[in-house]
Design a protein around this ligand. Sequence first.
Ligand code: SF4
Length: 295
Amino acid sequence: MSLLGLESPDLIELLRLLDIEVLWHPSLSNGSPSEHQKLTERMLSGHQQLDILCIEGAIIRGPGGTGMYDTVRGKPKKDLVAALAKRARFVVAVGTCASFGGIGADGEVEATGTQYHKWDKGGFLGESFTTQGGLPVINLPGCPCHCDVVAGILTALISGYHVPLSQFNAPLEWYGMLVHQGCTRNEYHEYRVEEHDFGEVGCLFFHMGCHGPLAYGPCNKILWNQRSSKTRVGVPCFGCTRPDFPQSYPFYETQNIEGIPLQLPDGVDRAHYLAYKGMAAAAAPKRLRERKTKI
Ligand code: SF4
């Protein structure tokens, strides 16, 4: 659904430019169930080439590993995914559920990601799986994933570009940076000028649960609707690209002990960070304390 919102180029133009034939898409395809069945058979038998398999949603394995909670024509959908993944030149997991399992990962439906289960490699297809194109499943986490990222990976794969991946098999081009990078509130974060409510001007890390310094993704590089992001309108990032999303604690509160956040920005040393933040807050310029610097 995110992809349908592609703007520049729009989706139709992108397909034309890349010469992509869409075999099936949940919102665009209008073939009958029997046509769908025949297409599936042609792909599985190798009579229909399948270059890129995009998977949306977690792989459902419940109950008891049967996969019968999520079926297609009476059979577990997971079996169809496994069979098509073997035929595809590339496999792309679109969104956090397809990448890491998402909301059902530890639940009764026994959901898992296509090649990761939360932080752990493996997931549904297993750690050693590679596609016919020689790559693991490419993860595009996000809830949802930005349409430009989907368009970008399609372009890269079809054009034969090398796609460097992160430790979670997400393209570094979009997932090699934190949401915090590019946030217009960075100077407020630097001097620990913090907010307690939505829509205000300062940083949202110490009280409002902002995961920007803990979540890798392009939200402040590629803007939504080409103009905005959560943090730009005063809503904390809740880390939807993280393998453990959705977290079991409230989205908009910073977990803390005596006002000290339990989770600090990725990679920082706790003692040094807190000493630095204490000094920075004391040194905060008046224009920031009075929220006069525009974001
Ligand atoms: S609002 Fe979040 S992303 Fe922005 S500077 Fe503060 S912690 Fe970083």
